[in-house]
Design a protein around this ligand. Structure first.
Ligand code: MG
Length: 382
């Protein structure tokens, strides 16, 4: 059975003043309507999306829907009810079985809510999310309370409101010219049975500037919550030579590190930490030692590639911590140059990069001066 969504985006949002309609205001770097459209576009049960817009907002909507495939745009009418009727009429050609009607200005609609409404439609011709009224209700006039209203059995309703398509289309056509406040009211007027599924406090409609600020902090707070950490560890042995390379900085020494690339044990550990943070495997997976193109390569390219993985995941590096473990050479005098090099490679500010060194008290292979070990932790925010 085909299911379509009608995203009502025709409001002019006068409550926001003379500025942009609320569904086109920027929220966490994208228009409000874009966040809403993405949820429906990504939902496997939604086959077609119809957007109902104000004719003056064609450019704004095109920007909001950029890159989202298959959104069919139609123009709204004078009132919301007229707009929905236009959207339903536009969808009639594909004869969907079910339709979800949703406000573009409710960007926190979840896939689970869409599922809940669609599931309820299996047993009823109409379904909507609703929340019980918990505040005490009063009736008043002229600044004075007249009575307390019994709130039992009262609900606040949200969208998406879902319906069997043919029935709601007929109901809307029959209700043309009557002022009804939502699609469920249109359905009720036609005698359709409409059932409730649990609503979600986060699925609020952005109506005021305060709503937009709340939405911004919710959305950016959510982004800030996806923090990931990765760790990396590497060892290279010494061989005859005249210097080692740590974090891309050449340090004079009476030996060098053996390895296929430039053997920069410090950058290898950092690279593995960054790859680990975004679940992208390890350095050997992307740069196999068996591949001759990495012979003698400057290890900066490995870390650059790891940072590309982070960006590709929509993330950003937060910080890098590195410990170099050896008895010699001394790392301290080169710490600032190494930090600057890692900053240049990753784009991180220097104060988000920490480089330290330790010995193992002459114990183990590093203590015997057989090589250098390095370990690193990297944090990524997606
Ligand atoms: Mg290595």
């Amino acid at each position: 059975m085909t299911t379509c969504a009608i995203i009502v985006s025709a409001g002019r949002g006068h409550r926001f003043g003379a500025g942009l309609p609320k569904q086109y205001r920027m929220l966490a770097g994208a228009p409000v309507a874009r966040h809403t459209l993405m949820v429906f576009a990504d939902h496997p049960a939604i086959d077609h999306i119809f957007a109902v817009i104000h004719p003056d907002d064609a450019g704004l909507f095109a920007e909001a829907a950029k890159g989202i495939d298959g959104v069919i745009v139609t123009h709204g009418g004078k009132e919301r009810q007229d707009s929905v009727r236009n959207g339903l009429a536009r969808a009639r050609d594909i004869a969907p079985g079910k339709v979800l009607i949703h406000d573009a200005a409710r960007p926190f609609i979840s896939a689970a809510m869409i599922d809940a409404v669609l599931t309820a439609l299996e047993d009823a011709p109409g379904a909507l999310p609703a929340l019980p009224v918990t505040d005490t209700l009063k009736r008043g006039a002229d600044g004075r309370i007249q009575e307390t209203v019994d709130r039992s059995g009262l609900y606040r309703v949200q969208t998406p409101q879902g319906f069997r398509f043919a029935e709601i289309l007929a109901a809307h056509e029959a209700a043309a010219g009557r002022a009804l406040t939502d699609d469920a009211a249109v359905a009720e007027a036609a005698g359709m049975r409409v059932v409730m599924v649990p609503g979600d406090e986060n699925n609020f409609k952005i109506t005021t500037q305060e709503d937009l600020m709340r939405a911004e902090s919710m959305m950016t707070g959510r982004a800030g919550g996806d923090i990931r950490t990765g760790m990396g560890f590497d060892v290279h042995r010494f061989e005859p030579g005249n210097g080692v390379i740590l974090c891309g900085v050449r340090i004079p020494f009476d030996r060098r590190l053996a390895g296929h690339s430039d053997a920069d044990v410090a950058l290898h550990a950092i690279t593995d930490a960054v790859l680990g943070a975004v679940g992208a495997g390890d350095i050997g997976l992307h740069f196999p030692p068996s591949d001759p193109q990495w012979r003698g390569a400057a290890s900066a390219i490995f870390l650059e590639k790891a940072v590309e993985f982070v960006i590709g995941k929509g993330g950003e590096l937060v910080n890098i911590d590195l410990t170099v473990i050896c008895e010699a050479p001394k790392v301290g005098p080169h710490r600032d140059a190494m930090t600057a090099k890692v900053a240049a490679i990753t784009g991180l500010a220097a104060d988000r990069i920490n480089i330290k060194a330790t010995t193992t008290e002459q114990l183990g292979f590093t203590g015997r001066g057989e090589g250098i070990a390095a370990q690193s932790v990297a944090t990524v925010r997606i």
